[in-house]
Design a protein around this ligand. Structure first.
Ligand code: ADP
Length: 151
């Protein structure tokens, strides 16, 4: 059974995340999207909203589930018996950042990180840019799945 954890803030989920998750469905039997809770970070969307957006987006994909967690991602993987961490790579900056974390995680736990290169047409999208567009009243709808809507 190939089980992967896809950790992130998902504040909010974007079409970039969507692309990575969709493409990973045929690689893994089960994908747990894990929304990390960091008490020191300020979020635009509540944890409940971030979770709901993802649940609605993948409601027809039985192998995809969503949870929230605190603490180390490797501890979560061990608890869930997931042997893989899934991450997306957009650019060299992502690679440099992710490389150190992936090496550390494998050193500490043996858990492998699997990277998917983002699709060319979503590689420029980030949650922080989406938040900026929203704050300034722009057309964020074309950057996120349909479930992400501001009330
Ligand atoms: P974090 O706070 O952990 O970076 P994010 O929600 O921003 O959380 O990102 C979670 C994962 O999704 C990371 O692996 C990131 O590289 C990936 N990701 C974010 N945006 C995109 C995108 N446009 N295309 C592909 N992967 C992406």
């Amino acid at each position: 059974m190939r089980k992967a954890v896809f950790p992130g803030s998902f504040d909010p989920i974007t079409l970039g995340h969507f692309d990575i998750i969709k493409r990973s469905i045929r690689l893994f039997d089960e994908i747990v999207i894990a929304i990390g809770v960091n008490a020191e970070k300020k979020y635009m969307f509540s944890l409940e909203d971030r979770k709901r957006f993802i649940e609605e987006t993948f409601k027809d994909e039985p192998s995809v589930s969503v949870i929230t967690y605190e603490g180390l991602t490797i501890d979560l993987c061990n608890k869930l018996k997931a042997a893989f961490i899934l991450r997306g790579l957009r650019n060299p900056a992502d690679f440099e950042f992710e490389k150190a974390i992936a090496h550390t995680n494998r050193k500490l736990s043996g858990i492998e990180t699997v990277f998917l290169l983002t699709a060319a047409d979503t590689s420029y999208i980030s949650s922080s840019i989406v938040r900026d567009v929203i704050r300034n009243g722009g057309e964020y709808e074309m950057l996120v799945p349909k479930a992400v809507r501001i009330k």
